[in-house]
Each structure stands twice: as C-alpha cells, then as structure tokens.
Design a binder for this molecule. Structure first.
Ligand SMILES: *Cc1c(COP(=O)(O)O)cnc(C)c1O
Length: 368
C-alpha cells in the first residue's frame, strides 16, 4: 500500500522522548527537565490571569514591549533583540536561516539533545566534536569549521554536563571563526553561573558581529510552561533572522508573564541563588560519597556513569525520581526542591550500597 511521501529524514529521526512518569498520573519527583522548582510569584500569576482576558485577540507579533524591556535591561538596541517561542524556537529559526544544501553546523557532543534534531529537520549536516573531560574542546571545534560551516553552537554551560568555557578560551575560539559564519552561544543557564573565569557572549558581541546569544525565561525565570526565550545579535542579523520566525509565535500570556518576571528580577534571582546553594550541597554530598561529578554550572549535575547509566536511571525511577538518562553515557539530574534533592541523594546512596560500588571504585566520567 503506497504511503504519502514525506522527507526521508523523518524516517531516521528519533522523536523527543520525555522521561516516563513525569507527565502521567504517577508523578515522579521532577528532576529530569531542569525546571525551576519555584512556582511563579503571585504577581506573575496575576499577569497571566489578566492576559487571559485578551485571548480572543492575536498577540503583538513583534513582542514590542517585551523586546524594548529586554533591550533596556541588556543595554542594547531593540533592533538587536529577537523574542521567540522558547529559545528552542529561535534555534530552529537559526538553523532554517542557514539551511541551504551543503550547509553544516558544528557543535560539541554530547550537548543539548535538540541540536541534531533541529539540524536534521532544517537539512543542515551536523558535525559533532567530542567533549574532552565533559567540556567543550573549542580548539577541535574551530578545526572542524570549513567553508561549508554556516553555524557553530556553543552550549554554555553545556547541557547535560554542566561545564562552562572560560573567557580567554572563548575569545581565542571566536578569533578563529570566519566572520561569515554565525556562532550561537546557548546561554539557557547563564543566571546560574558563578564561575569567575566564565563570560557571557553579551560582553563579546561588540568584538564579534557574527555572535548571537540565546537566553530563555524557562529556567532561572521559572516560566518553562509559557515558552518564551530571546536572542541578541547585531541589528542586521536580527532583521534577517526575524523573517525565519513565525509571526504570532509568542502568545500574549507569555509576553505579559515575561514582562512581569523582568520586574521581579531581584526576587527571581534570589531563587536562583538558593538553587546554586543546593547544587553545591548535592555535588559535595555526592563527591564525599565517592561519585565523580563534574563542576556543574547550570541547575543540574552530570553523573558520567557510562555503562551504569541505564541501571542507575531505572533505579531512580523506581525510587520515584525522574532523571534524564543517556544510555551508555550518563545521567543528568536537575537541582529541584530541597526535599526532592534529598530524596535523590538517598536513592544514589542506596544504589551505591546495592551495587557494592565501594569507595573509591566509582565510575569515571565516560563522556569523551
Ligand atoms: C532548557 C534549554 C533551552 C531552553 O529552551 P526553551 O525553548 O527556551 O524552553 C535551550 N537550550 C538549552 C541547552 C537548554 O537546556
């Protein structure tokens, strides 16, 4: 029986698999999606409710008020800011904007799971450069940039390993990328970074006009459910990229909530501080117990368990905790509420006892 002809790439694409039990009735402790454990503050909930009154109207397609508020906050022009339906939608637009036959995108691997999917969908060939010690090998990445490269993605901090690239390394890397090739710094976890050697792409933009920076309201601002993110680049790049975005993609509720969140930045960043403190507590507890945990700079930690990853991931689910498992590589655990983190530590402890992984025979970071 003949079937409708769709692009062959869809036959090979693995669709995104959310961790089981998170969205069903079972309700595991949600440590698999790097969400904020804090519900929106009352004034944000009020903004969401108020925006509902206008649901019969289309939203502002240009996200004018939010764009101007972000521009003021970041010290850039409104023509240098592009708001999208989550930073993932902006990544998709970026890949579509460069996706001509023969185009290539370079990124580290393992990194954000959606990069290969979005690249495949846009018809852009992926060039993956292995991490070294769970971190970006920027020099090896620069080596892989050719005439065909239209985009380089640098996830900083890297999801799922949590590592950051230092300012000097980043500058040396950007110096090697031709000005005709875009570099996108995915800074979804920027607000959680406490590492003095790290740098935001926003500080480097003046020197590198081919740089764009992606940020999101999904993590530190706790609005993952509303889907809003933004990109900062030169006015020229932003103007052209805007054409690759769907108009009306950011709904009015999300726009109002993001504006309200910007007004409450101080309080929200205090929540971020609490998550950072929990990250330190969880990591130190694991290190003391003999686990190998890279210094994580996002709201999550990486356990490079290699062949033990699947077993440990299953054990967490059986213990009522959803984590993100990368078979054969490792397990990423989000930093959630104190109670959920403590439950995770107990499960990790118990697993160690059961598998008789006595100190110091601990799994080493398998990601290379
Ligand atoms: C969570 C995450 C995002 C955010 O995606 P949104 O679409 O803004 O929710 C982007 N990049 C990385 C690496 C992430 O982990």
């Amino acid at each position: 029986m003949p079937v409708p002809r769709l692009r062959a790439v869809l036959d090979d694409l693995v669709s995104y698999q959310p961790t089981e039990g998170v969205y069903g009735p079972a309700r595991l402790r949600p440590l698999s999606a790097n969400e904020s454990p804090y519900s929106p503050l009352p004034s944000i909930v009020a903004a969401v409710a108020a925006a509902g009154v206008d649901a019969h109207r289309y939203p502002d397609p240009g996200c004018g008020e939010l764009t101007r508020a972000l521009a003021r906050r970041l010290g850039v022009g409104p023509d240098q800011v592009l708001v999208g339906g989550g930073s993932v939608a902006l990544l998709q637009s970026l890949l579509h904007a460069v996706g001509e036959p023969g185009a290539e995108v370079v990124y580290a691997w393992r990194s954000f799971e959606l990069y290969p999917v979005l690249a495949d969908l846009a018809g852009v060939r992926s060039v993956r450069v292995p991490l070294t010690s769970a971190a970006h090998d920027l020099s090896a990445m620069a080596d892989r940039v050719t005439d065909a490269t239209r985009l380089v993605l640098v996830c900083n901090p890297n999801n799922p390993t949590g590592t950051v690239v230092g300012a000097d390394m980043l500058r040396a890397f950007l110096d090697r990328i031709p000005p005709t090739c875009l570099v996108a710094l995915d800074e979804a976890y920027f607000e959680y970074v406490r590492e003095p050697a790290a740098v935001s792409g926003l500080e480097l933009r003046a020197a590198y006009p081919n740089l764009v920076v992606l940020r999101t309201f999904s993590k530190a601002y706790g609005l993952a459910g509303l889907r809003v993110g933004y990109l900062v680049g030169t006015a020229d790049v932003v103007t052209r990229l805007r054409k690759a975005c769907l108009a009306y993609a950011v709904n009015g509720v999300a726009q109002r909530a993001a504006l309200a969140a910007l007004d409450l930045e101080g309080e929200l960043l205090r929540c971020v501080g609490a998550t950072v403190a929990e990250r330190t507590r969880v990591r130190h507890t694991l290190l003391t117990a003999g686990w190998d945990v890279p210094d994580g700079h996002g709201n999550f930690l990486w356990l490079g368990l290699g062949a033990h990853a699947a077993g440990f991931g299953l054990w967490c689910i059986e213990s009522g905790i959803a984590v993100r498992t990368f078979d054969g590589e490792g397990v990423r655990v989000s930093i959630g509420s104190v109670e959920d983190n403590t439950a995770f530590l107990a499960a990790a402890n118990e697993w160690q006892a059961r598998t008789a992984m006595a100190k110091p025979a601990v799994p080493t970071t398998a990601v290379t």
